[in-house]
Design a protein around this ligand. Structure first.
Ligand code: NDP
Length: 320
């Protein structure tokens, strides 16, 4: 028997059914990111209606420089999701030869615009623009991506008034929603990037709900990766290596979160490619207790958390 999708029964508070995940011998239950993101977007739409009543429409402005096709898809999805939640979602498209000074001038303009609550500059940027300089210019109160050093610092010291990066925040929300016991759990993170691995570790090591874990971060220089992953009660993988985590690297009953999104060749599909994660899903689901699929796992949560951060930014302008 294979995985069951349990999110259909999900509410904001985990039900006892979700807490009691399927026994490992029966195969892992699925963490359904698409369904959970839908619940969150519904909650946010309600909050947005309240803000409308107080005269505020949360606004997210995404800046896209150049014509990277993958970025164009992400940006379109963010704009659509913002609008569906009743927010203002605007995308400003700039040509690939935009100078750093021009982009910084736009960022300053958005910082000063009271109708813009969240600013996101889509990465990667063309080579003439230094991403760190751009991030540094975004008003930390509008940095809904959570990449500004002020927000990174707040995350590390556990100050709740900053913005946590969307992908790790989405992962943590999944763990909370599914009633995963994180307190005292061995949480092993594969990947140490600034956008996923490091902030993920910073979230899991804080005190409180969905955290209080004992955290290990692994990377390409880690000696004997499998010795670490096999110890994990919660294994979070963000390495960008297709199906690198195999069943023999996972402890029976572990919760496995696959952040990876890798496009691989697959002649059997119309496009000739297929999206896979960093986890060998078919093998690992036989030993894990809960697992995220790719697609339909972490991906949809990232956008939901972006909207949440924007609503939060708008709420703060009211001092709420
Ligand atoms: P990066 O390439 O920035 O970081 C990858 C990390 O994995 C690095 O720290 C690297 O180590 C480590 N790593 C690579 N190979 C190995 C290995 N063999 N063993 C151990 N560690 C390894 O990637 P990102 O963090 O940006 O993204 C990771 C994955 O997550 C990608 O597939 C990306 O597409 C996906 N992603 C998905 C999102 C979503 O919304 N679902 C959002 C963001 C990313 P080192 O530092 O030593 O090089």
């Amino acid at each position: 028997m294979h995985a069951d999708t349990v999110v259909g029964r999900a509410t904001s508070t985990p039900s006892s059914a979700e807490k009691a995940v399927a026994p490992a011998s029966a195969g892992a239950s699925l963490i359904d990111g698409t369904a959970l993101a839908k619940i969150i977007r519904g909650e946010l739409a309600e909050e947005v209606r309240e803000l409308h009543a107080r005269g505020v429409t949360p606004g997210l402005t995404v800046v896209l420089v150049g014509e990277d096709p993958a970025s164009a898809v992400y940006v379109g999805a963010k704009e659509k999701a913002s609008r569906e939640a009743g927010m203002t979602g605007e995308t400003i498209r700039l040509p690939a030869d935009t100078s750093q000074a021009q982009l910084l001038a736009l960022v300053e303009q958005l910082n000063a615009d009271g109708s813009v609550h969240g600013i996101l500059v889509q990465m990667p940027l063309p080579k003439q623009i230094d991403p760190d300089t751009v991030i540094l210019h975004i008003d930390p109160k509008k940095d809904v991506d959570g990449f500004h050093p002020v927000n990174v610092g707040k995350l590390l010291i556990g100050q709740a008034d900053g913005f946590a990066p969307c992908t790790p925040a989405g992962v943590q929300r999944m763990l909370v929603h599914y009633g995963v016991e994180t307190r005292g759990a061995d949480c092993v993170i594969v990947g140490r990037s600034t956008i996923v691995g490091k902030p993920m570790a910073a979230l899991m090591v804080q005190g409180g709900a969905g955290a209080d874990a004992t955290v290990t971060i692994c990377h390409s220089r880690t000696r004997d990766l499998a010795a670490h992953t096999r110890r994990a009660d919660i294994l979070i993988v963000a390495a960008g290596r297709p199906r690198m985590i195999t069943a023999d690297m996972v402890k029976r009953g572990a919760v496995v979160i696959d952040v990876g999104m890798n496009r691989i060749a697959d002649a059997s599909t119309k496009s000739g490619t297929r999206l896979v994660g960093d986890v060998d899903f078919e093998g690992v689901r036989q030993v894990a207790s809960l697992i995220t699929p790719v697609p339909g796992g972490v991906g949809p949560m990232t956008i939901a958390m972006l909207l949440r951060n924007t609503v939060r930014a708008a709420r703060r302008t009211l001092g709420a």
